[in-house]
Design a protein around this ligand. Structure first.
Ligand code: DOR
Length: 443
């Protein structure tokens, strides 16, 4: 069996008359995009023709490089009740995402060559989009001993992370940063001081006190961000800080970049949009790690994204079953799904209100993550894989169901602009919105 990712499309496709936005090439204009044998052939004047080409009418729509999501939990192996490579990549395609970087906190955790090969093999068979696996920093994610990093990299591991946990042992992180210099891959850190985090379940502050819930102090994140930056500075290694949630972390990254430290960062759509108020009704679908913070943090994250301190947007798509999330707040697992809502949320909350230009959003969700993780996507340059998203900025839809196996989203029932019409991977259609699916209203 083959997937859209393993066999490129044969023949020509002309995507006609869309607003083609490709930040890497500085393009934002109405044009025609020609694809041939699964690769980008050219961006031509609107109204061009190509003999024998399949025509996709994109008038009034945006045509952009497929999104690259560097933080996705596909849960396979061991968590197939929550998500699989097949269901997770189908959800990604529906969100316009054509490449995902998968997290290694599976059961068992991905700390060796055969685990990495398993994900690559499954994705080639069953994936709707490209999957790039990460391996753990430490064996069994126990934070004691380095995993077989070199061997994993040789078979296709694109970064290392103990995501779900921060690396508590500074010496281990130092060695990981030093060792990975040989391969020039990022060490992706989930910044969390475990002792400070304790048994907290939401942001520490007066709301947590009122709700009778144990708080997670913001210092649990930014103390570790500061330490990690110090170690990146010491070693010259490449550090990527994932799912940043506090204004202090953003300041630390901003200062570090000014000093020339090799640090990059990502932020999730939910941290850019929601505050801790989302858990006020004990809504477990908004229980996430790091926790949703305050308005001041949201503002700082938005400013960080705007000024480039934060390099990219990543979803931290973290599926959990209905039963798990139906438990009382203290016991429900951390995490929410994000593949299908990332674009609509950011279009609705940031782009349409004029907080960031559309081309910047596309840069932060395709070009920048592809560069940082050295992945092939992120641009519509001639000769690149034809990984393309076509979406409608003016249409809106209400999310009542997701293609993901899990439904743990705080955005169920939200009406949002930015409807994905079609997603191509290597020229193959990985997702096409059915005419009969939830009606998308246009203004
Ligand atoms: O909310 C989260 N869920 N944060 C993490 O870091 C891990 C993730 C998961 O695996 O469920």
């Amino acid at each position: 069996m083959s997937s859209p990712t393993s066999t490129p499309h044969k023949g020509k496709i002309l995507i006609r008359g869309g607003r083609v936005v490709d930040p890497r090439q500085g393009i934002d204009r109405v044009a025609d995009l020609l694809i041939e044998d699964g690769k980008i052939k050219s961006i031509g004047a609107n109204g061009s023709s190509a003999a024998g080409a399949e025509i996709i009418d994109a008038a009034g729509k945006v045509v952009a490089p497929g999104f690259v999501d560097v933080h996705v939990h596909l849960r396979e192996p061991g968590g197939e009740g929550k998500e699989t490579i097949a269901t997770g990549t189908r959800a990604a395609a529906a969100g316009g995402i054509t490449s995902v970087v998968s997290m290694p906190n599976t059961s068992p955790p991905m700390d060796n060559v055969s685990d990495i090969q398993f994900v690559i093999g499954r994705a080639a068979q069953l994936g709707s989009v490209r999957v790039y696996p990460t391996g753990t920093i430490s064996k069994a994610r126990e934070g004691q001993e380095l995993s077989e990093i070199g061997a994993m990299v040789r078979v296709g591991c694109v970064a290392i992370t103990d995501d779900g946990n921060g690396v508590q042992n500074s010496q281990l992180l130092r060695r990981a940063l030093e060792y990975t210099k040989t391969f020039d891959i990022p060490v992706m850190e989930h910044c969390e001081d475990a002792a400070l985090f304790g048994s907290g379940v939401m942001n520490e502050g007066s709301l947590a006190t009122r709700l009778g819930l144990k708080g997670i102090p913001r210092q649990a994140e930014y103390i570790m961000a500061a330490r990690d930056i110090a170690l990146a500075e010491l070693t010259g290694g490449r550090l990527h800080l994932t799912h940043m949630s506090t204004k202090e972390s953003i300041d630390l990254v901003r200062q570090a970049k000014k000093r020339g430290v090799r640090v990059s960062a990502d932020v999730t759509p939910h941290h850019l949009v929601l505050t801790e108020d989302a858990v006020a009704e004990y809504m477990t679908n908004a229980k996430v790690n790091p926790p949703l913070r305050t308005k001041a943090d949201v503002d700082a994250l938005r400013e960080g994204l705007r000024d480039g301190t934060i390099d990219c947007v990543a979803t931290d798509h973290a599926p959990h079953t209905q039963n798990e999330k139906a438990q009382e707040f203290n016991f429900a697992p951390f995490g929410l799904i994000g593949l299908e809502t990332a674009l609509p949320l950011l279009v609705t909350e940031l782009v349409r209100p004029g907080l960031i230009p559309l081309s910047d959003l596309i840069k932060r969700f395709s070009d920048a993550p592809a560069r940082i993780f050295k992945l092939p996507g992120g641009s519509l340059e001639t000769g690149a894989h034809a990984d393309v998203v076509i979406f409608d900025l003016e249409a809106k839809q209400t999310f009542t169901h997701f293609l993901s196996k899990s439904q743990n989203s705080p955005f169920l029932g939200w009406q949002m602009y930015g409807v994905v019409e079609r997603t191509l991977v290597g020229g193959n259609t990985a997702y096409a919105r059915a005419a009969s699916s939830t009606p998308a209203d246009r203004h």
